[in-house]
Design a protein around this ligand. Structure first.
Ligand SMILES: [Zn+2]
Length: 276
């Protein structure tokens, strides 16, 4: 008897297990009554040898995602609508969120969103120009790559808000690592950014995003005191909305390194595979 098939079969099994670890196609979907809050940064082409291409979703991929959402009856909501509607949100609601304030949100994302009738929430850093905040997370992130990336001007932000596509959320004044700040500094970054943005853009700011997703229960309290109705983290997943977790909402990370199958896995259960 010959056993030639053992090796190819073992390879096939290993590949299948690897695939099933990377893409959790077998996991059940999180209840579609729970909204998906998607986290984007840049909508732009990848750069050669760049460290942060995961933050760059190409315009083509973004359009494919919106096209899929629209044709599969997803209902686009802003973060304030998500809070107002709460448990009466339609099934399959999706909130697109954009962190930091990169210029391509205006040049690339806005026209695509208009084409698909999508809406989004922009978590804007007040003092965002020529600032290298990536070192606030890890000192070795000092390449200046994100610092050199053009940021939205106030005029562009105004136009985005007037288009009715975007609403504004706060993302602190300087994008600090909140864990390194004293209480008064936290308040100035969190409550201060809300006041500055409201004054500058004459709009209500109801939602906040923790920089780098680094936050503690102290920060949640400061955010609550600053009268934010909702706050988002970078913890991957899909939160069930209730009054206790509105200031610690999970998000579905949309990575520029993902393929479209991974996007659909993330929409289904908040993560691509077993670990992320
Ligand atoms: Zn950020």
């Amino acid at each position: 008897m010959s056993y030639w098939w053992i090796i190819p079969c073992s390879i096939a099994v290993i590949l299948f297990l690897r695939f099933s670890f990377r893409y959790a196609w077998w996991a059940t979907a999180v209840d579609y009554k729970n909204p998906r809050i998607l986290m984007y940064h840049m909508i732009s082409d990848h750069k050669n040898n760049a460290k942060f291409n995961g933050l760059r979703v190409t315009p083509e991929a973004f359009e494919q995602q919106l096209n899929w959402l629209k044709s599969h009856d997803w209902n686009f909501v802003t973060m304030s609508e998500l809070v107002i509607l709460g448990n009466t949100l339609p099934r399959k609601s999706v909130a697109l969120t954009f962190d930091d304030g990169f210029e391509d949100n205006y040049t690339n994302a806005l026209p695509i969103m208009q084409r698909y009738g999508a809406k989004g929430t922009l978590y804007l850093v007040v003092d965002r120009h020529k600032r290298d905040w990536s070192t606030n997370k890890k000192a070795h992130h000092n390449s200046g790559e994100l610092m050199q990336e053009p940021k939205l001007t106030d005029t562009q932000v105004t136009e985005m808000l007037q288009s009715g596509v975007f609403e504004l959320g706060a993302h602190t004044t300087t994008h600090p690592n909140l864990s390194q700040l004293l209480e008064a500094e936290k308040t100035s970054e969190i409550a201060g950014s809300k006041q500055q943005l409201e004054k500058l853009f004459q709009t209500n700011i109801g939602s906040f995003a923790y920089p780098f997703g680094i936050y503690s229960q102290d920060d949640v309290r400061v955010t609550k005191r600053a009268n934010f109705e909702s706050a988002v983290t970078t913890e991957a997943g899909i939160s069930e909305l209730n009054t206790n977790n509105l200031l610690e909402l999970k998000r579905v990370k949309i990575s520029g390194k993902d393929n479209f199958f991974a996007f659909r896995m993330r929409m289904k259960h908040g993560q691509r595979g077993l670990r992320k």
